[in-house]
Design a protein around this ligand. Structure first.
Ligand code: TYM
Length: 327
């Protein structure tokens, strides 16, 4: 089965990006034909410095490799290098009711936060995301719960297009990690960990050991002393248990057992040590790969060629179905 997923190049990747997305991609690439891309077209819905964007896009490919995406098994490509994403997004926008876009939770949240002018790109973001997926006729999309609405939107568009122009697109299924995948802010466990939130609320994957220790020891936890997994009543400590469980590869139940009656301080210290060890391996790989410019560019090129060949063939069909004069 073919799967596809994307990640934006802006900001430092944090634990949420890894544990919610990339860690499962690394597992999925062994079983499926996998395509992963850097969503730079999505990133510009928020103003970007052009030089910084270019560098970040390259760096993110390095990060994906350092995290375990294997270019022999997966294709990694840059979204803006495959022009068909923008082309299909335009066509899909002509069958998307405005109301459907205005109802999207992510749009409403971002629009509220946005100071000054609101741009159409932010509203149209889900159409581009639908194009990303439908272009590759992917059967499944690895996502965490907070992206399910975008996938539902994509499924609707696929069905609508198919009904109007004849069977063209796969209707993709969400592939949600067993844990649900959502990692919460270290400072406010009512919110998810996010690139746009304050520095001490998230843990970057490139964070140095001192800073990891400081942030984990300073993470907001709940009243009480017991290390028990209860996301409703104890969201703070449950979030830390999830992180320990996913980073250490042991079930949450076993984390509870391991730290029974030990208290928060001991548990937090152990979690910080685990993170320092695991992220240390990642940092080392990242530094090694970052200097291999030619190798990275070759991977991006191979990824683009693979993505392009699928995207071109889908668009040939789409153009025909819509009634455009053949090239
Ligand atoms: P982005 O770049 O915001 O995030 C990339 C992935 O990381 C996940 N993620 C989290 N998972 C768990 N806990 C968190 N706190 C957390 N924060 C982020 C996201 O759910 C995502 O899987 N719109 C997408 C990029 C995209 C895409 C696509 C994804 C563009 N086109 C097509 C799938 C298919 C985004 O902004 O991801």
């Amino acid at each position: 089965m073919r799967i596809i997923s994307g990640i934006q190049p802006t900001g430092n990747y944090h634990l949420g990006n890894y544990l919610g997305a990339v860690q499962s991609w690394v597992k999925l690439q062994d079983q499926h034909e996998s395509l992963f891309f850097i969503a730079d077209l999505h990133a510009i819905t928020i103003p970007q410095d052009p030089e910084a964007l270019k560098q970040a896009t390259f760096d993110k490919v390095v990060e994906l490799l350092a995290l375990g995406i294997n270019p022999e098994k997966s294709s990694i490509f840059v979204q803006s290098q495959v022009k068909e994403h923008a082309e299909l997004a335009w066509i899909l926008s002509t069958i998307t009711p405005l109301g459907d876009l205005e109802r999207m939770t992510q749009y409403k949240d971002k629009a509220k936060k946005q100071k000054g002018e609101l741009y159409a790109g932010l509203l149209n973001y889900p159409i581009l995301m639908a194009a990303d997926i439908l272009l590759y006729k992917a059967k499944a999309v690895p996502v965490v719960k907070d992206q399910i609405q975008h996938l539902e939107f994509t499924r609707n568009l696929a069905q609508k297009f198919n009904a109007r122009f004849g069977s063209t697109f796969e209707v993709p299924e969400p592939l949600v990690p067993e844990s649900g995948g959502k990692i919460l802010s270290l400072q406010d466990p009512a919110r998810k960990m996010s690139k746009s939130d304050p520095e001490d609320s998230r843990l970057s994957l490139l964070e140095d050991p001192d800073s990891i220790k400081k942030k984990i020891l300073g993470a907001v936890t709940d009243t009480g002393k017991q290390i028990t997994y209860n996301p409703e009543k104890k969201p703070g400590i449950s979030n830390l248990i999830t992180i320990y469980s996913l980073m250490g590869g042991i079930p949450a139940k076993d984390v509870e057992k391991k730290f029974k009656n030990k208290g928060y301080a001991i548990f937090k210290k152990a979690l910080a040590e685990l993170l320092i060890e695991k992220l240390g391996v990642f940092r080392k790989k990242y530094q090694e790969l970052k200097s291999r410019d030619l190798y990275i560019h070759e991977i991006i090129k191979q990824g683009r060629m693979k993505a392009q060949s699928i995207a071109e063939s889908t668009m040939e069909d789409v153009r025909k179905k819509v009634g455009f004069l053949p090239l």
